[in-house]
Every structure is written in structure tokens, then in C-alpha cells.
Design a protein around this ligand. Structure first.
Ligand code: NOJ
Length: 548
């Protein structure tokens, strides 16, 4: 059973809202969201009923991978504001009682980072080169990459440099874009720098870090060739990959755990680790490592009763075995929004995305109905839940982005074969009648908003019974009222193979993942993801919460 004993344990049952800064709220009209925009909109998140906010990267960056290419870990990119704007945002969130997590990107820097530029300038054999994974090429003249690894974004994971004197030099490893060289975590210098970075932000009062690619920092010595099985996602599906989920990463998180503890018992590290099975992922959240890990196994589970019950059981068992809460997540900035994904059978592999040429087109109404039902199921589970900005508005994936607007390196590194992740990153709508639906005072938007975005605007849903926004608010209020995040579940055998039902803290949750109708058990309907035609009949793709 999950325990929520003291405020120090807030994260065990918290609902954490992901803000993707460039697409949340633009204050200065340049078409890119920024920190002052976020600060101004925080009251809307308080009103939604979340406990904490996680900010994706806002650091100095050439933005080759939307800020996951960091050129200075201790400053704010002018695109997003200044350090003073960050401090203001921190103060505002504290005022509202919202915890604040920020993103940490330790697997790679930007190639524009001074560390990498110094490494290039310092030349072969220098200590600066040892910060990264430079290796000589294969072939007679070193003209072939050092091994056969592919980048997650497509194409080779190696790029060759030219030395200052014009001669062809070694290659450097980049598991992602060529603008994102991997750091060498066997080098103590790298460890020291990151301890400094943790302290820099902890000193500014943050509550914790979401750690990017937390399964990738350590590679098998010798960097042996490896051919992954096709269709893998951000990595961890293949447990034998020499660059994912190596045991050495745990030493790093133990080190960081100690740093966080210096700042108090309530600070958290959250692993973005695409690691299977869940029992292995649980190693990231052992008592002396991180506090939470994203449960991508749950995210990738289809909307179907049997698989849902299995993944919940496996999650509670795996995380529970190490004393950690499970997390639950359905959407983020790397996956097709669940209001669209759940209407795709099967969805494409993570990161591939969908676009104008995707056939068949997902049914928007079916997707939204399933998404609301899936959200009602998720928010009733014990543990911590993550929401991605815009899901509370029922936003679908933006499918019809023109090729000319696309920005994800995946699109470019695969020659347009894969659409990538832009479709979930489109700036969100606030006010239906305002420029860019309230995203930006100038009406600009770094990715074009679909024509029907005003229908999803927050003000168009505010106070409207049955709207997705009011449904989320009601679910979050009831979750808090009944303490569902700190509860424990007991499965109920009920309703046939398409139904998954459980009891948590006195609330009976019934999810109908099929198309048929289900007669409800006893209890007053406290929440329903869709209106019920008859008080006691649950339609298909609908979840209900009943109380005594
Ligand atoms: C995971 C992040 O969520 C994703 O957006 C990014 O592209 C990669 N890591 C590389 O940093």
C-alpha cells in the first residue's frame, strides 16, 4: 500500500502537470511561449487542481531539439526570459502552493555548449576531449563510424569532426541529433559539473528534477556493435542494448540522491527511462536513488480491460517491491496525444508520429471518448499521475501540420519518412476569440494551430457542464477528496471481459473498454467520463466512479 504520511512525501500521490514552455503561453508576442507567460497562467493550473508543475527545458539552447540541446544549464534562453523571470515564476508557484520540478538533461549537451566547443578546440588527447565520447573511425582512413549504432532520431549515431588544421578527425557519439553530443559519464569531471548544476537550481528553490534519458548515460565499455530489433521506442524496449539501462547509471543517481537530501527530505528525482520490464525499471526508484520513474509501460497499454489490469498489477508489484509509488501517464511531448492515440489501432511506434498522409485517419470523437475514460481510470489509481498540457482541454494530435512547419529532428533525420513529435507540441488555446486562441498577443504561433483549436479553448469549456475541462476538474477534486492517490486497490470481478473494475478508498471505479452496455453495481454516480443515458447503464468506452 502507498503511504502518504507527511508533506515530505507529497510526490507519492501528487498530480504533476507538464508545461512545455514553448507551447504554453507567449507573453511577448514572438510566437514562442515563455516564463512570464507561464507565471501569468499558473492560477489556471491551481484551479484545475494539480499539485505540481514540471517545466520542460527553458535553458540557453540553439533549440535544435526544442531545448533538449542545452548550451548552458545554469541560464535561461532569451527566448523564454531571464533568471529573474524564473525566480518570479518560482515565487508565484510557491504562493499558489504548487511544487515546481524542472528538466535536467545529463546524457548529452548541445554541440554549442562551451564544454564541447572547448573539447573541439583543445585537440586530440586533451582532457577536454574526454568529456565526450570521441572515437577514431573504422576503415583504412577512419572514414567509417566507430560502430554501427543508430541515432534514436534516425541515421548514424556518430558524426566526424574536422580538426583545426583541416585534417579529418575522430567521430563523436550522439544517441540523438548530431547537435547533441553524448557526455562521457566515466569521467569524474562530468559528475562534478552535474552536482554543481543540481545545487544551482536547488539553491533557487526548486522541488526536484525530471531526468532526461535516465537510462542512457552509461554505455558498455568498448562500445560494441549492436543491432536493435525494429520498432523500438526511445530505447528501453531492447534490454540488451549496450547504451540503455546499464547498471552503472545507478551509481550516478545515488550520488544525486545525496545532493538532494542536503536540501531536505521532500526533493524528488523523476526518471525518464524507457526500460522494460517494469521490475527492471523499479531499480531506478530504490530507496537511495530516484523517487519516481515514468511508467511508459502503462502509457503504451491499449485501451482494453485485460491489459490494463495486468499493467496496473505489474506496476504496483514492481514499484511496491522497492517501496516506491507507481506513476501513471498517458501523454507527454514525445508521444501522440492520447485523445488521438487511443483511436489508432495499433498506434505507430513511439516517436514516429502521424501526419496528413497517415491512413486511416483516427476518429476524433472516438479518440476523445476513450481518452476521457482512460483518464478517469488513471486518476483513480493509487500513486502519482502526470498530465500533459492541453489534455485537460481534450486536445487531439495536430495531424495536418504541413511539412514546411515541422521542427522535430526526427522528421529531418529520416528524410520526412517519420513525422515525429510536432503534432503533440502545438501551442495550446486559452481564449477562443483572441489571437492564436489566447496563446500569443500577436497571433503568432511557432507551430500553426489547427483551425478548430478555438473550440477547445479553456474559456469555451470553463463552467460548461460535460466539457473535458470540467470533467478533469471534477476528477481531480474527487481524487483529492477521497485520497485516491494514497489508497490501495481491490479488483472487482464484474461486467465481463471488456470491463475492468476496482475499489479504492471507498470509491468503486468501473471502466467499460468495449462497445456494449454494462449495468452498473450499487452506488451513487460521483463522476462519469460521458453522460449516462440511463442512471444505471454504462455505455461503451466510458468510466464511472461510484460512491456509497
Ligand atoms: C527525451 C525527451 O523527452 C525528448 O523530447 C528528447 O528529444 C530526448 N530525450 C533527447 O533529449
Amino acid at each position: 500500500m502507498q503511504q502518504t504520511g507527511s508533506p515530505d512525501d507529497w510526490w507519492r500521490s501528487a498530480v504533476i502537470y507538464q508545461v512545455y514552455p514553448r507551447s504554453f503561453a507567449d507573453s511577448n508576442g514572438d510566437g514562442v511561449g515563455d516564463l512570464p507567460g507561464i507565471a501569468r497562467r499558473l492560477p489556471a493550473l491551481k484551479r484545475l487542481g494539480v499539485d505540481a508543475v514540471w517545466l520542460s527545458p527553458f535553458y540557453t539552447s540553439p533549440q535544435k531539439d526544442a531545448g533538449y540541446d542545452v548550451a548552458d544549464y545554469c541560464d535561461v534562453d532569451p527566448l523564454f526570459g531571464t533568471l529573474a523571470d524564473f525566480d518570479h515564476l518560482r515565487a508565484e508557484s510557491r504562493e499558489l502552493g504548487l511544487r515546481l520540478l524542472i528538466d535536467l538533461v545529463p546524457n548529452h549537451t548541445s554541440s554549442a555548449h562551451a564544454w564541447f566547443q572547448e573539447a573541439l578546440a583543445a585537440g586530440p588527447g586533451s582532457p577536454e576531449r574526454e568529456r565526450y565520447l570521441f572515437r577514431p573511425g573504422r576503415g583504412e582512413a577512419g572514414e567509417l563510424p566507430p560502430n554501427n549504432w543508430d541515432s534514436v532520431f534516425g541515421g548514424p549515431a556518430w558524426t566526424r569532426i574536422t580538426e583545426a588544421d583541416g585534417t579529418p578527425g575522430p567521430w563523436y557519439l550522439h544517441l540523438f541529433d548530431a547537435s547533441q553530443p553524448d557526455l562521457d559519464w566515466t569521467n569524474p569531471w562530468v559528475h562534478e559539473r552535474f552536482r554543481d548544476i543540481l545545487r544551482f537550481w536547488l539553491d533557487r528553490g526548486i522541488d526536484g528534477f525530471r531526468v532526461d534519458v535516465a537510462h542512457g548515460l552509461v554505455k558498455v565499455p568498448g562500445l560494441p556493435d549492436y543491432t536493435p530489433s525494429p520498432g523500438g521506442s526511445m530505447g528501453g524496449d531492447t534490454s540488451d542494448a549496450p547504451y540503455w539501462a546499464q547498471d552503472g547509471v545507478h551509481e550516478i543517481y545515488r550520488e544525486w540522491h545525496e545532493v538532494l537530501t542536503e536540501y531536505g527530505p521532500d526533493r524528488v528525482l523523476v526518471a525518464e527511462a524507457w526500460v522494460n520490464p517494469l521490475s527492471k525499471l523499479a531499480n531506478w526508484v530504490r530507496p537511495d536513488e530516484m523517487q519516481q520513474a515514468f511508467n511508459f509501460g502503462y502509457l503504451e497499454t491499449p485501451w482494453a480491460a485485460g491489459p490494463l489490469r495486468s499493467v496496473v498489477d505489474a506496476s504496483l508489484a514492481a514499484f511496491g517491491a522497492v517501496g516506491a509509488p507507481s506513476t501513471w501517464v498517458l501523454s507527454n511531448h514525445d508521444v501522440i496525444r492520447h485523445a488521438t492515440r487511443l483511436a489508432l489501432t495499433p498506434p505507430p511506434p513511439q516517436g514516429a508520429g502521424i501526419g496528413p498522409r497517415t491512413q486511416p485517419r483516427p476518429d476524433t470523437a472516438v479518440g476523445l471518448q476513450r481518452a476521457r475514460a482512460a483518464t478517469a481510470f488513471m486518476l483513480a489509481l493509487p500513486g502519482s499521475a502526470y498530465l500533459f498540457q492541453g489534455e485537460e482541454l481534450g486536445l487531439p494530435e495536430a495531424i495536418d501540420l504541413p511539412d514546411s512547419a515541422r521542427q522535430d529532428p526526427t522528421f529531418f533525420r529520416t528524410g520526412g519518412e517519420l513525422y515525429g513529435r510536432d503534432g503533440c507540441r502545438v501551442p495550446i488555446p486559452w481564449e477562443a476569440g483572441s489571437p492564436a486562441s489566447g496563446f500569443s498577443p500577436s497571433g503568432k504561433s511557432w507551430l500553426p494551430q489547427p483551425a478548430d483549436w478555438p473550440e477547445y479553448a479553456r474559456d469555451a469549456q470553463d463552467g460548461v457542464p460535460g466539457s473535458t475541462l470540467e470533467f478533469y476538474r471534477a476528477a481531480l477534486a474527487l481524487r483529492a477528496e477521497h485520497g485516491l492517490g494514497a489508497g490501495a486497490i481491490e479488483w472487482l470481478e464484474f461486467g465481463g471481459p471488456d470491463v475492468v473494475a476496482f475499489r479504492n478508498a471507498g470509491v468503486t471505479v468501473v471502466a467499460n473498454t468495449g462497445a456494449g452496455q454494462v449495468t452498473l453495481p450499487e452506488g451513487r454516480v460521483a463522476l462519469t467520463s460521458e453522460p449516462l443515458a440511463d442512471d444505471r447503464v454504462l455505455p461503451g468506452d466510458t468510466t464511472v466512479w461510484l460512491v456509497a
